[in-house]
Ligand binder design. Structure first.
Ligand SMILES: Nc1ncnc2c1ncn2[C@@H]1O[C@H](COP(=O)(O)OP(=O)(O)OP(=O)(O)O)[C@@H](O)[C@H]1O
Length: 227
């Protein structure tokens, strides 16, 4: 059996620790995501989805437990190493696209590659290929403000995939779109993920979208359970 793309073991997270207003959000979360697996993370608002995704994405630290990315344990690693792992192995998609407004769609997908040392020509070709694959071939030269919400979000997927990550983490990636657009954009995301064979953990409130993934997990009282 191949190595897990992402492994979380016994993750605990409490906000306002030691205060009367203490919020114990994660209470021993275990999760193993294998390469090629697309897993839905379903939870009511405030249950701790973003907290869990941020810990898995090395944007925040757990109080206890371990995070392993492609077999590499992250505890005790330097900030520099964590940043490198985040850049090389992880892709993140947010509910709102967070594209750079002054750059075109193509440039938004090119920039993370340049930051990773990829040559401009190669980065351009990869960005164009990614945009083509989500139906945005004709929109490469548009700035975010010249794109619809669904198109902006598709560019954000391409940006998350720019450096060929092994794990994609998405926090309500179609949550701000109307149902029809959400459906189309989500289909583009699934297509992209399936083509590359990477592992994906996708938070959504939408049970119909969740049902189209390989596995569905609910975050309930600080723990993950299969639905
Ligand atoms: N920095 C923080 N300090 C204190 N409490 C926090 C902090 N961040 C989140 N919380 C609390 O932790 C809980 C989980 O927050 P989180 O953002 O992970 O939930 P979520 O499931 O992503 O919610 P939503 O779907 O509404 O985005 C919430 O009760 C929130 O108020």
């Amino acid at each position: 059996m191949s190595e897990a793309a992402l492994r979380l073991s016994g993750i605990e997270k409490t906000y306002n620790r030691g205060l009367a207003s203490e919020i114990r959000v994660l209470r021993g979360v275990d999760l193993t995501l294998m390469p090629g697996e697309i897993v839905a993370l379903v939870a009511p608002s405030g249950a701790g989805k973003s907290t869990l995704l941020h810990i898995a994405g090395l944007l925040d630290s757990a109080d206890a437990g371990s995070v392993e990315i492609c077999g590499e344990p992250m505890q005790g690693r330097s900030d520099r190493r964590r940043t490198a792992v985040r850049r090389d192995r992880l892709g993140f998609v947010y509910q709102f696209h967070h594209l750079l407004p002054e750059f075109t769609a193509l440039e938004n997908v090119v920039l993370p590659q340049l930051a990773n040392g990829v040559a401009r020509r190669e980065a351009d070709a990869r960005a164009q290929g990614l945009l083509d694959s989500v139906g945005l071939a004709g929109r490469a030269a548009h700035r975010p403000a010249e794109l619809s919400g669904g198109e902006q979000q598709r560019v954000a997927f391409c940006r998350a995939m720019a450096n060929d990550p092994q794990v994609l983490l998405a926090d309500e990636p179609t949550g701000n779109l109307d149902p029809e657009t959400s459906d189309r954009v989500f289909a583009a995301l699934l297509g992209l993920v399936r083509d590359t064979g990477l592992a994906a953990l996708i938070a959504t409130h939408n049970l119909e979208l969740a049902a189209r993934m390989d596995r569905q997990l609910r975050l309930d009282a600080g723990q993950l359970r299969a639905i």
